[in-house]
Write a protein that binds this ligand. Structure first.
Ligand SMILES: Nc1ncnc2c1ncn2[C@@H]1O[C@H](COP(=O)(O)OP(=O)(O)OP(=O)(O)O)[C@@H](O)[C@H]1O
Length: 362
C-alpha cells in the first residue's frame, strides 16, 4: 500500500549501453500500473530496478517518500510474481505459501492466518495440501501470487505472470487478477505484459515505453482515444491505427485535411489559422471507418478480406508511401473483395499528427 516516485531514473549496462533514460513517474497507492512496449524496450529492467534486483544507474526511486536506490530487495516491502512460478516442487501449497513467513520467524498462528487469508482471496482453500505437480498452470500461478500476498507487501510487481498459460487459462487468470485487485483496493501493483488485452482491462494507467523513455502515460481509454504520438497510436489497438498523409486546408474548431490519396478528413482536433498548409498525418482506427456514400476520407480497392465472424477486416491495396489501409466493419463482408470502397470516420475519431506528435495536446 504505497506511493512510488521515479525521478529521472536511468539504466546503463556496463557504463555504455543505455537502456532507459529520464523515466519520471508518479504511482499512487492503489493503482495498477501496466508497463507495455516493444520487445527489448526495458519493461522488465524497469520492474527489476523497482524490485531492487537491478541497480539503478541514474536518478531516484522513492517508496512512500523514502529513497530506496540502495535499499536491498528484501527491505523494500515489495513482492514480485514471475512468469515462471518457481514453486518448491516438494512442498505443498500451504508450505510454499508459508515459506517466506517461516524464514521471517513469524509465529505459527500468524502464518496460518496469513495463508488462510491468501488462500481465500485466491480460492485455493481446497488445494492447500496438494503438491504443485497436482495443480493446473493457472492454479500454480495463483499459488505464486499467494506467496506474495501472505507477506502483505507494499507493492506487488508482476512480470508477465500469464505468459506461460494457454489462451483459455490466460483469460480466466486475468479475470482472477482483476478480482484480486478489487479485493485489495489499497495495494499498489505494477504489471509488465506483452498482451494488449491484459493492459487495457487491468490497468488503472498504462505506461508505454519506447526509445529508452516513456512514450505516454494514461488511462487505457486516454491512450486509445487520444494517443499523444504516432508510436502510441499504432502500438495500442489491433490492427494498428491507419496513418494517411495530407495537408491542412481548413482550420478552426474543426480541422479539414486534404489527403494525398484524394480523400478529405474532418477532425474535431482544433487548429489555428497559421496551421493552414501544414503537412500532417491523419490517424484513424480500422474499427472507426464506416462505408461512405458521400464525402469520404479514403477510397481504395479491397485486396483481401478476413471474416472473423463478428467483424470483417478489409486490407486495401497499398498506395504510394502510405502503409496499406485496414478497415474493420461489423458483420461479414467477403463480397467486398476486389471492390472499390469509400470509407469515412466521425470527426472525433480522427487524429492529426505533425512530426509524429498529436496536435490535440499542443
Ligand atoms: N545484463 C545486460 N547487459 C546488457 N544489456 C542488457 C542486459 N540485460 C538486458 N539488457 C538489454 O536491455 C534491454 C531491455 O531489456 P528488457 O528485458 O528490460 O526488455 P523488455 O522490454 O522486458 O523485453 P521483452 O518484452 O522482450 O521481455 C534489451 O535491449 C536488453 O538486450
Amino acid at each position: 500500500m504505497a506511493d512510488l516516485k521515479l525521478t529521472d531514473v536511468a539504466k546503463t549496462y556496463g557504463g555504455t549501453v543505455d537502456v532507459l533514460k529520464h523515466i519520471n513517474l508518479d504511482i499512487k497507492k492503489g493503482e495498477l500500473i501496466v508497463f507495455v512496449g516493444p520487445s527489448g524496450c526495458g519493461k522488465s529492467t524497469l520492474l527489476r530496478m523497482i524490485a531492487g534486483l537491478e541497480k539503478i544507474t541514474g536518478g531516484e526511486l522513492q517508496i512512500d517518500g523514502q529513497v530506496v536506490n540502495d535499499v536491498p530487495p528484501a527491505q523494500r516491502g515489495i513482492a514480485m510474481v514471475f512468469q515462471s512460478y518457481a514453486l518448491y516442487p516438494h512442498m505443498t501449497v500451504r508450505e510454499n505459501m508459508s515459506f517466506a513467513l517461516k524464514l521471517a520467524k513469524k509465529s505459527p498462528a500468524e502464518i496460518e492466518e496469513a495463508v488462510n487469508r491468501a488462500a481465500k482471496i485466491l480460492q485455493l482453500d481446497e488445494y492447500l495440501d496438494r503438491l504443485p505437480k497436482a495443480l493446473s498452470g493457472g492454479q500454480r500461478q495463483r499459488v505464486a501470487i499467494g506467496r506474495s500476498i501472505v507477506r502483505d507487501p507494499k507493492v506487488y510487481l508482476f512480470d508477465e505472470p500469464l505468459s506461460n498459460l494457454d489462451a483459455a487459462l490466460r483469460v480466466a487468470t486475468r479475470i482472477e487478477i482483476a478480482q484480486l485487485k478489487e479485493s485489495m483496493p489499497d495495494s499498489t501493483m505494477i504489471y509488465v505484459t506483452h498482451d494488449q488485452v491484459e493492459a487495457m482491462t487491468l490497468a488503472t494507467r498504462i505506461v508505454v515505453l519506447a526509445n529508452k523513455g516513456i512514450a505516454q502515460v494514461g488511462t487505457p481509454l486516454e491512450l486509445y482515444e487520444r494517443p499523444e504520438n504516432e508510436f502510441v497510436a499504432q502500438f495500442i489497438g489491433s490492427p494498428a491505427m491507419n496513418l494517411l498523409s495530407g495537408e491542412i486546408v481548413e482550420t478552426g474548431d474543426m480541422t479539414t485535411v486534404k489527403l494525398d490519396g484524394g480523400g478529405t478528413a474532418v477532425s474535431s482536433v482544433p487548429t489555428q489559422v497559421a496551421d493552414k498548409g501544414l503537412k500532417v498525418n491523419v490517424g484513424v482506427r480500422p474499427e472507426d471507418l464506416v462505408t461512405a456514400d458521400g464525402a469520404y476520407l479514403y477510397e481504395g480497392t479491397v485486396n483481401i478480406t478476413e471474416a472473423l465472424g463478428e467483424v470483417t477486416l478489409l486490407y486495401f491495396d497499398r498506395v504510394g508511401d502510405n502503409d496499406a489501409v485496414i478497415g474493420k466493419l461489423p458483420g461479414i463482408h467477403n463480397d467486398l473483395r476486389r471492390q472499390k470502397v469509400r470509407l469515412n470516420a466521425a470527426p472525433e475519431k480522427v487524429q492529426i499528427f505533425h512530426n509524429g506528435q498529436s496536435l490535440y495536446y499542443r
